[in-house]
Design a protein around this ligand. Structure first.
Ligand SMILES: Cc1cc2nc3c(=O)[nH]c(=O)nc-3n(C[C@H](O)[C@H](O)[C@H](O)COP(=O)(O)O)c2cc1C
Length: 219
């Protein structure tokens, strides 16, 4: 058995905590979040401290870091002001554009224009979604939780999903996972594609023991 290197999070710096966390909780899905500022300018920024949190109610959540001086990011300010936002899922063909949206532009810069992405008006909310994204989730703000430190948490309730027609099987709502071609964020500057997809059947207490032995999982 290999020995472990154990790290007490109380005893390391915030940057070190970030590095351990970002390299351990992987792969993380990437939300390219669109919001609207007070000046009406559409903002887009990627967030990978992000996931689906609940289906009933349909909640997703993501974490927004403040600057070292406590400055809030535009995404946070816009969501709290307008009470809504859209999560656009990042497929492989969108990674370069997503990376441009991650640049720390001034508030009056429309990142979508900078990244040559187009807007599609929102349906149930006023925030536009990204036309090139294969799946966009319109959300209303469920809660904004301040931790009192540098990380704020946003919880959004999904009110509408827009999914590329050729990706969804209408009857069973099965979404073509290979077609979606989502990318995930790893530690450091790493990313991962999701093309090496596999199915693993759920098993339960009644699954015959030979099945477990046949799988020979403990190699
Ligand atoms: C792949 C990727 C993932 C990111 N994830 C996060 C995150 O989870 N939380 C965060 O605060 N910033 C994250 N960032 C950085 C923000 O996208 C960046 O600070 C952006 O400029 C914020 O824009 P805004 O000020 O318009 O909200 C990420 C950047 C990239 C490229």
């Amino acid at each position: 058995m290999k020995s472990k290197h154990s790290i007490n999070f109380e005893k390391i710096s915030s940057h070190e905590r970030y590095k351990v966390l970002a390299g351990s909780v992987v792969p993380r899905p990437i939300a390219l979040v669109t919001t609207v500022g007070d000046d009406g300018i559409v903002n887009a920024a990627p967030f990978s401290f992000f996931n689906a949190l609940s289906a009933h109610p349909p909640l997703l959540g993501f974490g927004i870091q403040r600057g070292v001086d406590g400055t809030e990011k535009d995404t946070y300010k816009n969501i709290v002001n307008k009470g809504e936002f859209t999560v656009n899922i990042v497929s492989d063909e969108l990674v370069e554009a997503m990376n441009i949206c991650g640049i720390d532009f001034e508030s009056d810069v429309d990142e979508l224009t900078m990244a040559s992405l187009s807007k599609e008006p929102g349906t149930l909310i006023k925030t536009p979604r990204i036309k090139e994204s294969k799946i966009s989730l319109e959300c209303v703000l469920h809660d904004a939780i301040s931790t009192g430190e540098r990380g704020d948490l946003i919880l959004g309730k999904i009110v509408m999903a827009h999914i590329d027609e050729d990706l969804i099987e209408f009857k069973n709502l099965y979404i073509d996972q290979i077609g979606l071609d989502a990318v995930g964020r790893m530690g450091g500057h790493g990313y991962v594609r999701t093309r090496e997809y596999f199915d693993l059947k759920s098993i339960n207490k009644t699954t015959p023991t030979p099945y477990l032995q046949e799988r020979n999982w403990k190699k």
